[in-house]
Ligand binder design. Structure first.
Ligand code: VGL
Ligand code: ZN
Length: 199
């Protein structure tokens, strides 16, 4: 039994080319992730999973355009194009991703009022997703993270994981970034400062 899990983050159609919030090269990492999954006993997926009218969508705010900022009760929030709507094609995993390997699929962002980048906490940084309890009861203390997007869901998950005491590695070759206003450099620096290993 190994104490390591591979966390495959938000490998969904909407984050791949042709999707609503396409990350450049998002589809290029699918085969590499499939190969990495074959080497790991424990595999967990996350799935961004928003109700229509989610408050992280620019379309839910009068006069706001995608990629502008707004203030939420929990702090600043980027406004996104509508994406990963529950039950939609965009919310499904990339068709070539080997989904059968996932032992758990953790959905997040399902509350209309609050976004959730991290696999551990919603964007208020205090509402738990339950992943910490799941990992602890399974005796998992090391996490290898891959997926989309490097500077949002991957980075937030890595930072929270490190803060919770996990040994976190991010395989940057199997991630792709949105890179909004320098967010990739900023989040990379934060991950390094937090003791996350970047390979
Ligand atoms: C993500 C923006 C909005 C991500 C999810 O998976 O990085 N980014 N929702
Ligand atoms: Zn989202």
């Amino acid at each position: 039994m190994t104490d390591t899990a591979l966390l495959v983050i938000d490998m969904q159609n909407d984050f791949c080319p042709g999707g609503a919030l396409a990350v450049a090269g998002g589809d290029e990492i699918v085969q590499g992730i499939n190969a990495l999954m074959a080497e790991h006993e424990n595999v967990i997926f996350t799935q961004d999973w928003h109700p229509a009218g989610h408050l992280s969508f620019a379309s839910s705010h009068d006069g706001k355009a995608p990629f502008e900022m707004t203030e939420m009760p929990y702090g600043p929030q980027v406004l996104w194009p509508d994406h990963c709507i529950q039950g939609s094609h965009g919310g499904q995993f990339h068709t070539e991703l080997e989904q059968d390997r996932a032992q758990m699929i953790l959905r997040k962002g399902f509350r209309r009022e609050i976004d959730s980048y991290s696999a551990f906490f919603e964007n208020d940084h205090e509402t738990p997703t339950g992943l910490d309890g799941y990992l602890q009861t399974r005796g998992i203390s090391r996490l290898l993270m891959v997926g989309l997007a490097t500077d949002f869901c991957v980075a937030y998950s890595a930072l929270d994981g490190a803060r919770l005491g996990y040994d976190v590695t991010v395989d940057t070759a199997l991630c792709r970034a949105i890179d909004l206003d320098g967010s990739l450099a900023a989040m990379t620096a934060k991950m390094k400062d937090a003791g996350v290993t970047l390979i």
